[in-house]
Design a protein around this ligand. Sequence first.
Ligand code: HEM
Length: 370
Amino acid sequence: MTTMTTTTMTPEAPALALWGRAFFQRCWRIGILLLLLAASLGMSQLAVAQADTDREMVTAAPGISADQWRQVRSGETGPNYRDSRFDSTYSLINSSGETWRQIRNRWVSPFGLIAIGGMIVLIALFYFMVGRKHLDEPRTGRKLLRWSLLMRSLHWTVATLFITLALTGLNLLFGKFVFRTLFGDAVWAWMISASKVLHNYLGPIFGVLLVVLLISLLKDNIPKKHDWVWFKKAGGLTGKHHPDAGFANGGEKAWYWLLATAGLVVIASGFVLDFPNYGQGRDTMQWANIIHAVGALGLTAVALGHIYIGTIGTEGSLEGMTTGYVDETWAKEHHNLWYEEVKDTAMSEEEIAAHKTGSSSSDISVTKPG
Ligand code: HEM
């Protein structure tokens, strides 16, 4: 049984309550924004620390001055240091390795922080200022099959692997500044070796599955004239009407081709790093590392945009990738050309349920209707 308490209300009370609710909703958003800004400031401090090579040198080899390092690097010997292997192909200081280290720490790491941190701030600002894209018209309740079970499984496996690779990769690049300080050497040693093993073994599986996903989606992602219009109208942000879109809209095609280009470069360079037993030299490995890191950090930043649009950014998108079905209204508003092709296959919830129990096989085929 529900009990109700009555309070004496003044006429202004409902207005005040409404104002209070709106105020708290706004505060909540501002809070998230401030948190993100604070996080990105903290991250830029890490970048500064990592880019400061003098500080690193002092930690790595205390007591050796920058001048001494320069002497050793140029091949000079001194009373307290000498390269006993100068006759061999080794040298005490690997110059190209040092160049790689500086590119990685001075350019690649800050780039990653700016790209990923910047994207988080941009998304938060966009959400704060523009908000969620709701459907313009009410839902009809009739559904269209958009993603088969096989495609959904493929998408979520690739997405889970990507996120695991992104987190372990970020840990390899920046983890020591956060977790080593927080948890100490023992926990950090365990974390970094687990990250390395996961990254090395999951990378090739992700590579193969991403190629399968890209091949399955190729037909729907061939660029068309109307995709340029889609971009010109910023995907419907400008103008009254939604721009034309087939099964994939301009933005999705851009994401697809980024994965099909930069994604494949990241995978190929990952294979070079994962299998050093094919005779590639130190320089090749160093270049592969830089290319791999820049590509992967850039992709991670863009993936955040994809994840935002696919979840809180657009009403009705995520249900397509979870249940397989989208509402007719969503299809009409976001993918009008595709809707025209498949509208005759729309079904009610009851018909879908009956269809599933009757012939579950149609749901697991790769091909979409239309
Ligand atoms: C939590 C993470 C993710 C979420 C919530 C998500 C969500 C979605 C949704 C809702 C769609 C369907 C959009 C539509 O029906 O039009 C989609 C499509 C897609 N997603 Fe994701 N996704 C995630 C991660 C990823 C990752 C990491 C990748 C690749 C590395 C990826 C690759 C794709 C591709 C290629 C498509 C098809 C777009 C096209 O047709 O061109 N997704 N995603």
